[in-house]
Design a protein around this ligand. Structure first.
Ligand code: F6R
Length: 358
């Protein structure tokens, strides 16, 4: 039931601190985590569709950083037909809320037929993917009713972070002490997500402006890049405003041609080692009259020195886990823009909750 909330989507956005915490607990527990031979892996393959694919893209940064494990990732509709050569006795991770997405399931079957051990990160434990995979890492988001995925996404991120931590530990790139510290860091994320909800009134006001736009561009660098793409996907799905997510460094290679006063630019930029680079891209946007929505933390806001349409300030956090918490403001931006425009956010046109045909 929706309870006091106007829509399932906002109810599910608000559930995130609780379900992310619930998802993290078993996956951070080495005894309960799926037993995988991380040490034997040369490379990891990930496939998924839509929002689940963006969770996989964030995970690529984590597996490479924490596990020093190269990651190959592709959308399942491409992966399944590419006849990709896979490493001998390799490991494949599929990510899916429903566990029924036709292309992802076909990717899983391809991987199995090619000798891979398949781990399914799924929300529905009775799903086809859960049944056909060798191992399951369940996300405990609970039933997701809103067609646009929110809580399933952040639970996928939480699970994948725990798996990357496990990989790093097993492969000897993360010490026991570091693993303990990182586990504590990620366990603080639900509280940070809860704090991020305080941005809602500011985002509601901002939504009135965004609702007038024909196009909105999203930028991010590093693991914030997939969050930018997720923000753009969410906005287009429920408000029908055209939106695209780009790697901030790609600005000069094309998207800068689109910048003008009528095209808002949302930038996902936690204060990390890439912040200054992203901000210098945003100075170019500002110089061309672009109106910027900066999503950052206090330090980022203090160092940005750019005029913005809005600056959304999140609590300070370890940049490694920032993608999980930074998902919240991009979800709220999409939600409030669509609600202000009078759109049916829970049942957007042309979309189905589970895509069981390709
Ligand atoms: C976006 C959205 C879709 C799904 C995609 C995969 O809001 O919901 O992009 O993420 O269809 O679905 P699952 O995760 O069920 O495989």
């Amino acid at each position: 039931e929706k309870g006091n909330h106007r829509h399932y989507m906002i109810k599910e956005i608000y559930e995130q601190p609780e379900v992310v915490a619930r998802t993290l607990a078993p996956h951070l527990d080495i005894e309960q985590a799926p037993a995988l031979d991380w040490k034997a892996q040369q490379r990891l393959t990930i496939t998924a569709c839509g929002t689940a694919f963006y969770a996989g893209l964030v995970a690529k940064y984590w597996f490479e950083r924490l596990g020093r494990l190269p990651v190959e990732i592709d959308v399942a509709s491409e992966f399944r037909y590419r006849e990709a050569p896979l490493p001998e006795k390799g490991l494949m991770i599929v990510v899916s809320q429903s566990g029924e997405t036709a292309d992802t399931l076909a990717g899983l079957r391809y991987a199995k037929a090619h000798g891979q051990t398949v781990l399914a990160v799924v929300n529905v434990p009775t799903s086809s993917m859960a049944r056909e995979a060798d191992l399951v890492a369940q996300t405990h988001a609970g039933p997701e009713i809103g067609v646009a995925s929110t809580k399933a996404f952040t639970c996928q991120l939480a699970t994948l972070f725990a798996l990357a931590l496990q990989a790093g530990r097993a492969r000897g790139h993360v010490s026991a002490q570091e693993a303990q510290a990182l586990a504590e860091t990620v366990q603080r994320v639900p509280g940070l997500m809860h704090e991020a909800m305080a941005l809602e009134p500011q985002i509601e006001a901002l939504a009135r402006d965004l609702a007038k736009a024909r196009d909105v561009l999203y930028f991010g660098r590093g693991a914030a890049f997939p969050i930018a793409m997720e923000g753009a996907l969410k906005l287009k799905e429920i408000s029908y405003i055209h939106a695209e997510g780009y790697a901030a460094g790609e600005l000069k290679h094309g998207p800068i041609a689109l910048i003008d006063e009528t095209t808002p630019v949302v930038v996902v930029a936690p204060y990390d080692h890439l912040f200054e680079k992203t901000i210098s891209n945003m100075q170019e946007v500002a110089a061309r009259g672009g109106r910027i929505v900066l999503i950052t933390d206090e330090e980022g806001a203090a160092h940005a020195h750019i005029d913005t349409l809005a600056t959304l300030v999140l609590p300070k956090m370890d940049p490694l886990v920032a993608p999980i918490a930074y998902a919240v403001p991009v979800q709220l931006i999409a939600y409030h823009t669509a609600v202000f425009m009078g759109k049916d956010v829970d049942q957007p046109r042309n979309l189905a909750k589970s895509v069981t045909v390709e």
